[in-house]
Design a protein around this ligand. Structure first.
Ligand code: BGC
Length: 735
């Protein structure tokens, strides 16, 4: 057999999906195939054989859903970059995957499993569940033929109206960063590259392609960038996606500060940077540190193709820089096993995978109010009135590129002017009504809520009324904090008819609750995914404890927000992905700096409707015996006891209250702890050192002042159960 034949055999092995063992007979002439070498070494060896054209071919991608004729075998999804069989480089097949393998362009007959929203996941405060969800979608990606997932959304919830908060992990950099890192590791455990996105400051959808986020470096490093730093260092995603918006005047995908200085230099990131779809405006991106341009079909020009080649020829961009860009792509393909382990289509078992989604959903449901023990419903034999929210059909999901549309989903038209990605508002086919009926001891009657009088009459005839209220959020549009479609009035009417009214919210974000004092119970179920109806019923009936805790503050009114009026809203136009933006550019002044969410409320002395970290359990917990330790690091120990009559889960949170020079609240650590009735446990929480330091712009380092640090352990950001302090030494650290 000649070496040419061997190369042919190797290529056939890729096509046939053979694993790493197939390379046993690799010719020494192709040393990059040796999986024992480091990813960097393999990339170098391979690049030594690649022409400039072959390198550039790795640096721009197509959008198969928009390709007039996609070559055979190309999946109609968000992204595709042809393979180079000569070198054994597989085609890069990308799917959106914030909340499951999205089915852009594949109609309504998909078998991918939708996970609950990011805020539902964040409400679990559980990196283990984040990993499990990531591992499930990573496995499904391989089974569907993808090797790169556009996942890992890590934008900080600076505004509770951001239409994509449901894809992200809330308002705290530590919580969001740790969960994102775990989800990325889960995805990549299946030899699939995950991104972290959208880097950075894409914190509202209104004007996302024209706005400039204004914020100083120290504040940025301590907030939005900190979440990315924790996610990227802990998760090691193969790729990072830069965002649409500008930062301090410069497009994120053209910003040397973001891409080169912070990401690649300060954090030592070794993977590749891909653009968001349509986010490249010039070759300045290549100079700034972007490695790959995505979505050629929607770009004004494919800058990372002929124009890049011309720039190299004319000496404007050095050839070694192109090689470095291609190196990063290849390195990640080697490092994550994408090169050695081609996807293995088939064998997807949506039923089994749905159980992962259900676990996340049931642990992410947050019980916000439970007056007089109206919940759980298990003990109630009387009639229950279920009202509204399409509870007879399914559970709401969020719109946009992350949309997963499993078989038997139900669609209703979106609000006027809103983007209709996915063909409308999608309800995942897991109906709370059926799940409640399966558990109820008495009758469960339903009214669709379209007529408040009919709903109120039904509520009056029942022991308990459960109103389902929904708020649709989608990529490309921000949402008001008020429930829409007359739902507030519906709740008022039902509550007036029956004191035992419970509101179940399926929302992508916090909402205002003008009726809060008139209802007995409130449950935030977010967008709960594949078996969402089951998960809601399990919590309502007390089959599992109510154990979710809020990853985002619920404001009492818009006036409490740093920007009561959403910037840019006046000129906003509905949009699809990456449409040309006719509206004028504008600034969003993030003058609250790193005081995002609960930190803003604490700094201003404001009382939100529900604070960050808040959530009730069906049992009670006692905190006692705080001990603090200082010195080089800060940790606390205390005893947590389940004083109630049933098993339950508590999530104690350690907060900084003030440092040596100023009051400043920060979440330092948390843990999720299951206790049987009467059980006690000694809990130790150690502060993440980054959270005790501040970014010092002059020395370009993290700096911790020596002195006394006051901390508290609490059930949430506003309830200190145990207070203490510790004296810490001075410390500095490189970024
Ligand atoms: C979104 C990204 C997504 C990409 C590809 C963009 O509009 O912002 O999150 O990955 O489209 O679908």
């Amino acid at each position: 057999m000649t070496s040419k034949h061997l190369v042919g055999a190797a290529c056939a092995a890729i096509v046939l999906g053979l694993g790493a063992g197939a390379w046993a007979a690799k010719p020494a002439a192709e040393p990059w195939r040796d999986a024992r070498l480091s990813p960097d070494r393999r990339a170098d060896l391979l690049l030594g054989r690649m022409s400039l054209d072959e390198q550039i071919a790795l640096l721009h991608g197509h959008m198969p859903v928009l390709m007039k004729t996609a070559p055979p075998g190309v999946i109609r999804s968000a992204g595709w970059i042809p393979g180079q069989p000569r070198f054994g480089i597989p085609a890069i097949a990308e799917s959106d995957a914030s909340l499951g393998v999205a089915n852009a362009g594949r109609g309504d007959q998909d078998d991918a499993t939708p996970l609950p929203s990011g805020l539902a996941l964040a409400s679990t405060f559980s990196p283990e569940l984040a990993y499990a969800g990531g591992a499930m979608i990573g496995k499904e990606a391989r089974q569907k033929g993808f090797n790169v997932l556009l996942a890992g959304g890590a934008n900080l919830a600076r505004d509770p109206r951001n239409g994509r908060n449901f894809e992200y992990l809330g308002e705290d950099p530590l919580l969001g960063g740790l969960l994102d890192a775990a989800a990325i590791r889960g995805i990549q455990s299946s030899h699939v590259v995950s991104t972290a996105k959208h880097y950075a400051l894409n914190d509202q959808e209104t004007g996302r392609q024209v706005l400039s986020a204004r914020i100083g470096e120290a504040a940025l490093r301590e907030s939005d960038l900190l979440e990315f730093e924790i996610a990227i260092k802990g998760g090691q995603p193969g790729a990072v996606m830069c965002a649409y918006n500008r930062l301090n005047g410069t497009y994120a995908c053209e910003d040397p500060f973001l891409l080169t200085q912070v990401l690649k230099h300060d954090w030592g990131y070794r993977g590749w940077v891909m653009s968001d779809w349509g986010a490249v405006h010039s070759l300045a991106s290549a100079k700034a540190g972007l490695d790959q341009e995505s979505g050629a079909e929607i770009d004004k020009q494919v800058f990372f193709d002929a124009p890049l080649k011309a720039a190299v020829r004319e000496g404007r961009i050095p050839a070694r820089q192109v090689r470095e860009m291609a190196h990063r792509v290849l390195r990640s393909l080697f490092a994550e096993g994408v090169y050695d382990h081609p996807p293995a289509p088939g064998g997807l078992d949506a039923k089994v995978d749905s159980l992962v989604a259900e676990r996340v959903a049931e642990q992410g449901v947050v019980l916000l109010k439970n007056e007089g023990g109206v919940l759980p419903l298990a003990a109630r034999a009387g009639k229950i009135a279920v009202i509204g929210g399409h509870a007879d059909a399914g559970v709401m999901s969020g719109g946009g590129s992350s949309q997963v549309i499993p078989r038997n989903s139900i669609k209703i038209p979106p609000p006027r002017g809103a983007p209709a990605w996915g063909g409308g508002i999608v309800f995942h086919p897991s109906a709370p009504l059926a799940a409640m009926r399966a558990r109820a001891r008495g009758e469960v009657a339903f009214a669709d809520g379209s007529d408040p009088n009919v709903a109120a009459a039904l509520a009056k005839s029942a022991d308990v009324a459960v109103v389902f209220a929904t708020q649709w959020n989608s990529e490309g549009v921000d949402a008001p904090l008020q429930l829409t479609g007359g739902q507030d009035a519906l709740i008022e009417a039902v509550a007036a008819a029956n004191r035992h009214t419970v509101v179940v919210l399926e929302t992508g974000n916090p909402v205002l609750m003008p009726w809060i004092d008139k209802v007995s119970g409130v449950v935030e179920a977010w967008y709960p995914g594949a078996l969402g109806g089951e998960a809601i019923a399990k919590v309502l009936y007390g089959e599992v404890d109510a154990s979710g805790r809020l990853p985002i503050s619920f404001p009492a009114s818009e006036d409490q927000l740093p920007r009561p009026e959403l910037p840019g809203l006046k000129n906003a136009l509905p949009e699809g992905p990456a449409t040309a933006r006719p509206e004028p550019p504008f600034d969003v002044d993030y003058s609250e700096g790193s005081d995002v969410g609960y930190r803003w409320y604490a700094a201003r002395g404001l009382k939100p409707l529900f604070p960050f970290g808040y959530g009730l359990s069906y049992t009670d917990f006692r905190y006692g015996g705080l001990e603090t330790r200082g010195g080089q690091g800060l940790s606390v120990s205390f005893t947590l006891t389940n004083t109630g009559r049933r098993a339950g889960i508590e999530t104690p949170q350690l907060y900084l209250a003030s440092g040596p020079h100023r009051a400043q609240q920060r979440l330092l650590a948390f843990s999720r702890i299951a206790l049987k009735p009467g059980e006690s446990r000694k809990v130790t929480l150690a502060a993440d050192p980054r959270l005790l330091a501040s970014w010092d712009e002059a020395s370009h380092r993290w700096k911790r002042d020596p002195g006394r640090y006051e901390v508290f352990v609490g059930r949430n950001a506003a309830d200190a159960e145990l207070k203490g302090d510790a004296t810490l030494t001075a410390a500095t650290a490189a970024p």
